[in-house]
Ligand binder design. Structure first.
Ligand code: ADP
Ligand code: MG
Ligand code: MG
Length: 319
């Protein structure tokens, strides 16, 4: 790559999100293959269409086991494992609650506590029965629903990275609606990824994260939410209460090798909050996080795999 190499950006809307691909060559055909690959993957995992593999499992809840393709089995197995970690707020069977809240879709209403309690009875990850030899998934109770929304984009970002690598691409960036995965440095200083200022104009940034061949995933409460009676309801739910997770955080960003880890950990750390999250990450050096709090602090767990350039003086950096 020469220092003045031009970046070509390709965009699409898939999985209900804006998708951006950056390459250092003009290559429409490669971009179309990437978007086709994403579409194919979405078709396996989505719960917003009736004919995906995941919906086949959900339709058969309480009735029978369904045989699925290896990637679907793998991702559900992984999501179940994360759901069963001690104190995990990640729940692969959160589907009935997500569907009831409809956050990000039209027709939002706030459910009452009794209704949420009844739905929580359908969200025990132990009730997801996996059989490796036959590659089947069975949801034990009628009404249960798997939702891979907190992990699928990360997984797909890695699939795209692996595909581009196989195609001998050395520098590229894929952004799946907040899940960024990169190949190479993309230029001097690495790929620059903006950390958005919450509840602000899309171009307003708290700062810029620079990485080389790493994933950067952000999950925040300012992307998908609705407001009712002065209250803001966002899209990451607390499986214990059925209500959106409520703590000091506005967003969590995770820097890691694989985007699937970034996607898992943003959700997990969101549930832990800053103090517990920082303690948790002490034992996992490859996963680094940036917490943005409601009182405008930007807290870093460490900064080994990235550099950060602050752009908004209202936010206080805490190392
Ligand atoms: P983003 O949508 O910003 O990528 P996440 O990766 O945290 O954020 O995923 C949020 C999505 O995951 C929700 O839209 C919903 O489909 C699902 N979800 C919501 N709450 C939970 C939860 N506690 N555990 C697992 N998945 C969840
Ligand atoms: Mg996500
Ligand atoms: Mg996630």
């Amino acid at each position: 790559m020469t220092p003045d190499a031009r970046v070509y950006a390709y965009s699409a809307v898939l999985m209900g999100s804006p998708i951006l691909l950056k390459l250092f060559e003009h290559n429409e055909s490669l971009a179309s293959r990437v978007f086709r690959l994403i579409k194919q993957q979405e078709n396996l995992f989505t719960v917003n269409r009736h004919d995906s593999d995941v919906m086949a499992i959900n339709h058969a809840a309480g009735s029978h086991a369904v045989a699925v393709s290896p990637p679907v089995f793998h991702l559900i197995q992984c999501a179940k494992t994360v759901s069963l970690l001690p104190d995990s707020c990640f729940n692969v069977t959160i589907g009935p609650l997500v569907k009831r809240w409809k956050i990000g879709f039209s027709g939002n209403t706030v459910p009452d506590t009794d209704e949420l309690q009844a739905l929580i009875a359908l969200t025990d990850p132990h009730d997801v029965i996996l059989d490796q030899p036959s590659r089947t998934v069975f949801l034990q109770k009628a009404g249960m629903e798997i939702d891979l929304g907190a992990i699928a984009k990360g997984y797909i970002a890695d699939v795209v990275r692996d595909f581009l690598h196989q195609e001998q691409v050395q520098h590229a960036l894929i952004n799946l609606g907040g899940n960024v995965q990169t190949l190479g440095a993309g230029g001097e200083g690495g790929w620059a990824i903006g950390l958005k200022t919450p509840f602000s104009e899309p171009d307003d940034l708290i700062g810029v994260i620079n990485v080389n061949g790493k994933s950067v995933v952000t999950s925040g409460i300012y992307e998908r939410y609705f407001e009712r009676d002065g209250h803001r309801y966002h899209h990451i739910l607390d499986p214990k209460t059925g209500y959106p997770l409520d703590n000091e955080l506005l967003s969590v960003t995770v820097i890691s090798d694989n985007s699937i880890d970034g996607d898992i950990y943003t959700t997990l750390l969101y549930g832990m909050g800053v103090k517990k999250g920082l303690r948790y990450l002490q034992d996992i050096p490859d996963i680094e996080a940036i917490f943005v709090t409601k009182d405008q602090q930007v807290v870093f767990s460490s900064r080994r795999q990235f550099t950060f350039t602050p752009l908004d003086s209202r936010y206080r950096l805490v190392y």
